[in-house]
Design a protein around this ligand. Structure first.
Ligand SMILES: Nc1ncnc2c1ncn2[C@@H]1O[C@H](COP(=O)(O)OP(=O)(O)OP(=O)(O)O)[C@@H](O)[C@H]1O
Ligand SMILES: Cc1ncc(CO)c(N)n1
Length: 272
C-alpha cells in the first residue's frame, strides 16, 4: 500500500495549532501522506501572533520544485502566502497545471487581529483554485461588501465563485446562526448551505486551516467537491468537540486533530 500524497504551501505556526503544523496533522489523521512548502515563519501561540517573517520567493519555489519532482502530489492546499511575489511564483506553477485539486485558503488576518496576508497576493492565486475557503472577514475583504449574516455569506460566495475559483466555501465559524454553524458552498451554478451544530468552545485555533486541509485530502482521495466539503466540515466539528475542554495554552487552544478524546458526540454536517 502506498499512501496518497497531499501538499500544503503555508506558514509555520510555532504553537502548532494552525498553519503547516495543523495541515500535516489533518493529512495524517485523514490518511494522506503530507508534504510541505513553507512560505513564512510566525512566532505565534494560542494568544496571538508576535512576528511574521516571509520567505523569499526563490526559497518557496525551490521547495515546491523539490516536492513536485519526487512525489505524485494528488492535491494541494495553500494558506499564508507571505507576499504577492510568492503568490505570483505559486500561480505560475498552478497555471502550468502542476497543482492538482488546488484548495486556496485566503488567509488574511489571524483571529487575534494580526495581519498574515494581503488581498493582492491572494487574488493572484484564486483563479486557479478548485475550491477557495474564505471565512467571513476574508470574504468581506475580497468582495468589498460586509459578510456577517448567512444571506451575506450566500451573496459573497456567489460573487467570488463568478470571478475565478470553480467553487467557493464561505465558512461561518464567526457567525452564530441560531446555535448552528453554517457554511455556504457556491459553484457550478449551485449554492448549498452546510449546517452543523455549533460547538461551544474557546479552543478554535486553526479551524480554517484544518477545514481547507481536510477538503484537499478528500479531493485527493477522489471525492467530488460537495462531498469533500461536507466531510471536512464534519471532521472539524469532531476535532472541535474533542478538544473542547483542553488546556493547551492560555488563549484559543488547538483542536483534537487525531480524535484522542474518549467522548466525542459526533455532530453531523448535512446539506440543506
Ligand atoms: N464553534 C464551531 N462549531 C462548529 N463548527 C465550527 C465552529 N467554528 C468553526 N467551525 C467550522 O470550522 C470550519 C472553519 O471555519 P472558520 O470560519 O472558523 O474558519 P477560520 O475563521 O478561517 O478559522 P481560523 O482563522 O481560526 O483558522 C467551518 O466548517 C466552520 O463551520
Ligand atoms: C501560520 C498560520 N497560518 C494560518 C493561520 C490562520 O488561522 C494562522 N493563525 N497561522
Amino acid at each position: 500500500m502506498t499512501p496518497t500524497t497531499v501538499l500544503t504551501i503555508a506558514g509555520s505556526d510555532s504553537g502548532g495549532g494552525a498553519g503547516i503544523q495543523a495541515d500535516l496533522k489533518v493529512f495524517g489523521a485523514l490518511g494522506a501522506y503530507g508534504t510541505s512548502v513553507l512560505t513564512a515563519v510566525t512566532a505565534q501561540n494560542t494568544r496571538g501572533v508576535d512576528a511574521v517573517l516571509a520567505l523569499p520567493p526563490r526559497t518557496v519555489t525551490e521547495q515546491l520544485e523539490a516536492v513536485l519532482a519526487d512525489f505524485a502530489v494528488r492535491a494541494v492546499k495553500t494558506g499564508v502566502l507571505g507576499t504577492p511575489a510568492v503568490a505570483d511564483a505559486i500561480a505560475e506553477v498552478a497555471k502550468a497545471g502542476r497543482l492538482p485539486h488546488l484548495v486556496v485558503d485566503p488567509v488574511l488576518v489571524a483571529t487575534s487581529g494580526h495581519a498574515l496576508g494581503v488581498v493582492a497576493a491572494v487574488e493572484r492565486l484564486l483563479p486557479y483554485a478548485e475550491v477557495a475557503t474564505p471565512n467571513c472577514a476574508e470574504a468581506a475583504a475580497l468582495t468589498g461588501a460586509p459578510v456577517t449574516t448567512v444571506e451575506e455569506m450566500v451573496a459573497a460566495a456567489e460573487t467570488l465563485a463568478a470571478a475565478g475559483p470553480a467553487h467557493v466555501v464561505v465558512t461561518g465559524g464567526d457567525v452564530d446562526a441560531d446555535g448552528e454553524s453554517v457554511d455556504v458552498l457556491a459553484g457550478g451554478g449551485r449554492t448549498t448551505l452546510l449546517r452543523g451544530p455549533r460547538v461551544a468552545t474557546r479552543n478554535n485555533h486553526g479551524t480554517g486551516c484544518s477545514f481547507s486541509a481536510a477538503v484537499a485530502v478528500r479531493l485527493a482521495l477522489g471525492d467530488p467537491v460537495p462531498l469533500a466539503v461536507d466531510t471536512a466540515k464534519e471532521y472539524v466539528a469532531r476535532a472541535l468537540t474533542g478538544g473542547r475542554d483542553w488546556k493547551l495554552g492560555a488563549g484559543a487552544g488547538p483542536l483534537d486533530h487525531f480524535g484522542w478524546s474518549p467522548e466525542r458526540p459526533v455532530p453531523s454536517a448535512r446539506p440543506a
